[in-house]
Design a protein around this ligand. Sequence first.
Ligand SMILES: [Zn+2]
Length: 261
Amino acid sequence: MPNGTATKMWALPNATLTVPQSLLAHGGADELVEIPCPAYLIEHPKGLVLFDTGCHPAAADDPVGHWGPFAEALQINYPKELLLDRQIQALGYKMDDIKYVIVSHLHLDHTGYLHAFPNAKFLIMENELRYAYWPDTHLRDVFVFKDIVPTRNFDWLELQGDFDVFGDSSLHLLKTPGHTPGESSLYVHLPNRSILLVGDTLHLRMQFDTLAGMPLDTDPAQSSLSIQRIKALRDLHEASVWISHDPEDWVEFPHAPAPIE
Ligand SMILES: [Zn+2]
C-alpha cells in the first residue's frame, strides 16, 4: 500500500465566535467561550489543499446582514488581517494556487470563502449539498445560501464514503456524519506526525468522554458513533486529534505562519 506524506500544513486563524459552552456540546456549561474557526492549508507534491474556508468577509462588517438574525447569538470577532485571502497571501500563495478545497460541512462558519476558488476541485461527502439547500426547519439558519449558491457550477465531487485524496494515503477524507448528514474529517499524514482534523465532528475535548454531540446536530446517534470512530482511528494511527473549534486545541497546536511538518 502506498505510504505518501503531505509536505506541511498551516492552520490559518480566521474569525472567532463567542457562544455558551452548552451550545457546543451536550453537558456543556452556561459560561461563554470564545472559539476559533480555522481553515487549514496543506501542501502536497500533487497540489495545495484547503480544508474548510472560514467565515465570509461580509460577516466581518455586517454579521446580521450576511448571516441573518442567528448572527446575534454568535458574537463574531473578525479582524481584517484574519480574512482568509490575506492569510493565504501572507504565506506567499495566490488563491488560484489552491487546487483542492475540502469542506467538512456547510455550516456558515466553514463556507465563507467557497466562492473564492472557482478553478479548484471541491470534495464533500454526499447529502451535504442537498441538505444545505433544504435543511430541517429548526436548523436552517446555520446554512447561508449566499455562501453556497455562487458555487453551484463549481467542480464538486460528492463522495459516497472514505476517500484517499491523492491515492498515497497521505490525505484520507473520512465519513463522520451526525453533526450534519455529510460531515467529514480529514486524516493528514505529515513527515513527522499524523493529525486528524475532525471539523465539527466534535467541538470540545470533553466529548471524547461523554460521546455526546451538540444541540445543532442533525442526528445525535450518528454523532456519537462518529466520535467513537475518531477515537478508534486516533488510537490505531497514533494520530493527534485537532478539534477545530476547541480553544485548548488552538493553543496547543502551532498555527500560521508556523508550519506543522
Ligand atoms: Zn458546524
